[in-house]
Design a protein around this ligand. Structure first.
Ligand code: UDP
Length: 153
């Protein structure tokens, strides 16, 4: 059993296109548990820290402009092997490679504005959750859910 937490973010294009509900639905129906969520505007320092691994890439400036341009819907989800499984659900970065049935395959048509972000490793998940929600702020655990057995229905 490998219970993990990951950081999932509906990007500004996904929020504008009304995809928040669809994305929550997919993670919820998969059996994952939503631990935290907030509609927020991201400032440049938070966006730069979030995408620090891309700071030397030619698209870095435009990526930060995009993420800070309008509200995002940031979430923390928990579940079995969720980091790997959520990346499968999200699909590849490029619309030419994102398969139908994945979130990007079904909704994204450019590699720059591709609807959703999901952490790609345990280390980035921890860093990204802390960047967006803080270490202690509003951290709730699966034990706080009184309706645990709903997932087995
Ligand atoms: N991105 C971009 N141009 C590129 C590659 C990536 O604007 O040529 C953006 C895109 O929004 C992507 C993000 O940078 O989702 C992070 O890139 P990464 O390779 O980490 O892809 P992801 O993990 O989001 O699939």
């Amino acid at each position: 059993m490998t219970l993990q937490r990951t950081f999932i973010m509906v990007k500004p294009d996904g929020v504008k296109r009304g995809l928040i509900g669809e994305i929550i639905k997919r993670f919820d129906q998969k059996g994952f548990t939503l631990l935290n969520a907030e509609l927020m505007t991201v400032d440049r320092s938070k966006a730069e820290y979030h995408y620090m691994e891309h700071q030397n890439k030619p698209f870095f400036g435009e990526l930060v402009d995009f993420i800070t341009s309008a509200p995002v819907f940031a979430m923390v989800w928990e579940g079995e092997n969720i980091i790997e499984v959520s990346r499968l659900m999200i699909g590849k970065t490029s619309p030419l490679e994102a398969l139908p049935g994945t979130i990007r395959g079904d909704f994204a048509f450019t590699k720059e504005e591709n609807v959703i972000h999901g952490s790609d490793s345990l280390l980035s998940a921890e860093r990204e959750i802390e960047n967006f929600f803080g270490l202690l702020k509003k951290r709730i655990s699966k034990d706080d859910f009184p309706f645990e057995d709903r997932k087995s229905v």
